[in-house]
Design a protein around this ligand. Structure first.
Ligand code: GLU
Length: 400
């Protein structure tokens, strides 16, 4: 069977794969602790669900404009004005099926054959795969465990060549939770404006930052490169709405018009009911976001304390998102598990704990633990994980 060439250039999402495996095991009656899922375990806040019910009751079930209803585009503009003090107009916004489609629209609108697009690793695997789907080439700038995977402008700029057409930054980043500072983004923004390259910022975890550090990235983009900047955002993580599929893309009018054309021939509008729910999410009380963030913080701190009892599990508390990114290279060896992929498979097999292996993020020797799960399960899962390390890497402890 001859499939299109592009299918051989990409692999299916390894982050989604962990969830599918857990689902399969559970359906066959096997109980698994799922540290893979990159999604909130909270229910969507009640007020948002009420808005969706109302939409249904009012038969708001037809097509909407491809880019979304005016009310929602306005609510997105208002949210960014309130949170960041930046002004966008409705024709600079398109509503998308999650942050994923916002990034995909962006890749298809801006990049093509011969273009290089730089991003930082460890990274969310969808980012480079989408660049490839746009027939462009992803280029990686590495971030490092020693400084908590902080994103430095210079590392990205060092990867620039005459073919560079764009830079994609994800902050807070998945899987590391690391942030880019306003100063570092400013350097990139000034470069983008001068060189006429695109600067795409994935802000899907923007509401999940634990300490009050300056992170007004939209303002920096507005001040440095408004004509070259695209923001991709999402209701999924902030409002526990992953299944509703609602995100947005904000950028220059021409980019949004191009994305609108692409989306008009692929998915058309985001579900009408979801759009009404998202209006409530963005305009209503933001208190549920704080409640969830406070709970994630407690889990982060507790999980970090539990795991770091074993010095072979090296990790830092992430600044944002809800992932503990753990360097397990001290537990790997030529005689035992050679890769974090083998290690993660065995952990699932023996202890029934699912984690995402670092190979998914171009970061072999690491694992990602999602702590978007209850404290009770985090405790039980950490106990099993520590027992697994103790069983399989006892030599390393004495060797250190
Ligand atoms: N962003 C989440 C993760 O990294 C959801 C899965 C996906 O869409 O890749 O696990």
């Amino acid at each position: 069977m001859k499939l299109a060439d592009r299918t051989s250039r990409i692999a299916s999402s390894p982050t989604m794969k962990v969830g599918a495996t857990v689902d399969r095991l559970r359906r066959s009656g096997i109980d698994v602790i799922d540290f893979g899922a990159g999604e909130p375990d909270f229910s969507t806040p009640d007020a948002i669900k009420v808005a969706a019910h109302q939409a249904l009751d009012q038969n708001f079930t037809r097509y909407t404009p491809v880019a979304g209803i005016g009310e929602l585009k306005k609510a997105i503009c208002e949210r960014y004005k309130t949170d960041y003090g930046v002004d966008y107009t409705e024709n600079q916004v398109i509503v998308t099926a999650g942050g994923k489609q916002a990034l995909y629209n962006t890749a298809l609108s801006l990049f093509g054959p011969g273009d290089e697009v730089i991003t930082h690793t460890p990274c969310w695997p969808t980012i480079p795969e989408q660049v490839k789907l746009a027939d462009a080439t992803p280029v990686f700038a590495h971030t490092h465990v020693e400084d908590g995977f902080a994103v430095h402008a210079q590392a990205l700029l060092d990867a620039v060549t005459p073919r560079t057409r764009g830079i994609i930054v994800n902050s807070p980043g998945n899987p590391t939770g690391a942030l880019i500072s306003e100063g570092e983004l400013r350097v990139l923004g000034e470069f983008a404006a001068k060189q006429h390259i695109w600067l795409v910022v994935d802000l899907c975890y923007e509401k999940l930052i634990y300490d009050p550090v300056p992170h007004n990235l939209p303002k920096v983009l507005a001040e440095t490169c408004p004509e070259q900047a695209v923001i991709c955002g999402s209701a999924s993580k902030a409002y526990a709405m992953t299944g509703w599929r609602c995100g947005w893309q904000i950028g220059p009018q021409a980019v949004i018009a191009a994305s609108n054309a692409i989306q008009s021939h692929s998915t058309s509008n985001v579900t009408s009911i979801t759009q009404k729910a998202a209006v409530e999410a963005l305009r209503g009380s933001q208190a549920p976001v704080t409640v969830m963030l406070d709970e994630y913080r407690k889990r982060r701190d507790q999980l970090h304390a539990w795991l770091t009892v074993d010095p072979r599990l090296r990790c830092r508390k992430p600044a944002g998102a809800f992932y503990m990114f753990v360097d397990i290279s001290d537990t790997l060896s030529p005689d035992g598990f050679r890769t974090s992929l083998d290690w993660s498979d065995a952990l699932l097999d023996e202890q029934r704990v699912a984690v995402t292996p670092g190979e998914a993020f171009d970061a072999p020797g690491t694992i990602r633990i999602s702590y978007a799960t209850s404290m009770e399960l985090l405790r039980e899962g950490s106990t099993r994980l520590l027992a697994f390390v103790e069983k399989h890497a006892p030599q390393a402890a004495t060797a250190r």
